[in-house]
Design a binder for this molecule. Sequence first.
Ligand SMILES: NC(=O)C[C@H](N)C(=O)O
Length: 327
Amino acid sequence: MTVVKKILAIHTGGTISMSQNEKGEVVPNAQNPIAQQETIMEGRVQLHTDELFNLPSPHMTPVEMLKIKERIMAAEADGIDGVVVTHGTDTLEETAYFLDLTLPSTIPVVVTGAMRSSNQVGSDGLHNFQTAIEVAADDASRDNGVMVVMNDEIHTARYVTKTHTTNVATFRTPTFGPIGLVANGHPIYFQQLIQKTTCDIDHVIDHVYLIKAYAGMDTALFDCLDNDQTAGLVIEGLGAGNVPPVTLPAIQRLLDRHIPLVLVSRCYNGVAEDIYGYEGGGIGLRKMGMMLCQGLNGQKARIKLLVGLSAGMKGEQLEKFLSTAVS
Ligand SMILES: NC(=O)C[C@H](N)C(=O)O
């Protein structure tokens, strides 16, 4: 006998819910076409629908991310078996990782979206939505952290990133690869998620920033953040985690203000490390007091810093939270 799973679809907007108009512009719909798919997988799944937002994902902020987290926790308490969140792809990785860090859930939580809008030829929205439901309804998907399902691949929210502006195969997990794929209506897992820690928060703070280092960088951007409001900063360093030496005095001024500074790499693959001993190298940056966050890209490290600071972490506790690559 097939067990019918109760799956909640939380729609938040993005291209998956948009259409192309007669001028060729992709725009939001008053009525989300994906949210009308009430009979999808009938007989295997009882689909509940919540149109929480209708936002292009560049409009998404940590405030909305927290609302999605709270909605999922309420659904889990009500006995939902799994959750699918539809989301715009531009900031999908940030919302997915925010949920991964803050949800104590054991039920499957899957985030998906689309690269082509609902009425474009070859639209991938309905297919991604269906495969995300298949993953969320499968017992093998429990205790896996938040997952991103796109283009028949299953990725961890922690490491997945958008790599192409328009291609449907845009979501990739550099360095580690996807943890599974969806075939014939079911997930097949070939990697296990390493341990995760959860940080439950009920509010989000502001003024956590992200800056990318570049050849010839000066102090101007750091100087803008040299004030009482700045709560934290992630620097995407060069290579293994280095910066132009001319920036060091400005970085020191931020550290003197006790602003937590986190170092990641701007490289697509690999992890930030304190390898180089020259001026501006990772070894000196660590000695100055910058924290290394390994395995996360800049936007994910920023989410992690924001979550840690919102939970009231500081000092050694914050450093341990940020430097633990497995969570
Ligand atoms: N494919 C997409 O969903 C991109 C869109 N700009 C969004 O993030 O809302």
